[in-house]
Design a protein around this ligand. Structure first.
Ligand code: ADP
Ligand code: MG
Length: 255
């Protein structure tokens, strides 16, 4: 690869947001957000509960409509897409939900098979099985293939949730509180998995969290969301060297 093509690849924006605003009646949640995520980047958005983090990524995933602003995902302006086109684009976006959202009455294998045969009906039974085994191996849980979700630990459910998203080979992953509700050791494991996924699947990610270790371990850049705007955007150390008291309060509380 030439130097020029490397730099073009680095500069390619997979998410590009300008002037995003979103309110729910009198509640102004997002008050003018600009965000660019480049191909291959892992960007962390930090903020207190209720600051609008989930709303932001739901808008990026096309699950919520913005009031104002432009949102381009993988070069497509989501506001201009019809339902069919949006559905096609959503297949390239992996959404890792806060709750793992597994189907309780299905085995791990069935949980993974379901999105795959629904979205890629052209695959043979053997290809489906191979894809399931591969993705389970990647998240380190091949041995749970015939288990039910309620037989799994919280961390294992998170991993299966991530596997279910990976099985469709997303280009962008939106992680909503990936370490939420997990013990510290499991958090570290999930942070490592997020970094491994990025390497192995060549993804770009937005990681929503209020966990500083997660931010530090997984983010190339950290963005602080407060009062509906981005207060700061940069490498972890730089953001938390800020003298803004909303940022230092967040830091001191977490560490
Ligand atoms: P968090 O940063 O904790 O993820 P959210 O993005 O979920 O916060 O929510 C931001 C604010 O928007 C909260 O006050 C929440 O109650 C409100 N909100 C989120 N979704 C809706 C909705 N669909 N209807 C009304 N209010 C909502
Ligand atoms: Mg949330």
């Amino acid at each position: 690869m030439t130097n020029q093509s490397i730099s073009t690849q680095q500069e390619e924006a997979v998410v590009s947001i300008h002037g995003l605003r979103k309110s729910f009646e009198d509640l102004h949640v997002l008050n003018g957000i600009d965000l660019t995520v480049h191909k291959g980047e892992n960007v962390v958005v930090l903020g207190r509960s209720g600051s609008g983090k989930s709303v932001l990524i739901k808008i990026i995933a096309g699950l919520l409509k913005p009031d104002l602003g432009t949102i381009a995902v993988l070069g497509e302006d989501i506001d201009q897409l019809d339902e069919e086109e949006l559905k096609r684009l959503r297949l390239k976006i992996g959404f890792s939900f806060q709750s793992s959202a597994l189907y309780d009455s299905m085995t791990v294998q069935e949980n993974l098979e379901f999105p795959l045969i629904r979205n890629k009906p052209e695959l043979s039974k053997q290809q489906v099985n191979e894809a399931i085994e591969q993705v389970l191996e990647d998240v380190g849980l091949l041995h749970t293939i015939y288990q039910m979700p309620d037989e799994l630990s919280g961390g294992q459910k998170k991993r299966i949730g991530i596997a279910r998203m990976l099985i469709l080979n997303p280009e962008i992953i939106l992680y909503d509180e990936p370490t939420g509700g997990l013990d510290p050791i499991t958090c570290v494991e999930i942070n490592h998995l997020i970094n491994k996924v990025r390497q192995q699947y060549n993804t770009s990610s937005i990681i929503i969290t209020h966990d500083m270790t997660c931010a530090k371990t997984t983010g190339d850049r950290v963005i602080m969301l407060s009062d509906g705007i981005f207060l700061k955007d940069g490498p972890f150390e730089e953001v938390f060297a800020s003298t803004d008291e909303r940022i230092s309060a967040f830091y001191n509380y977490n560490f």
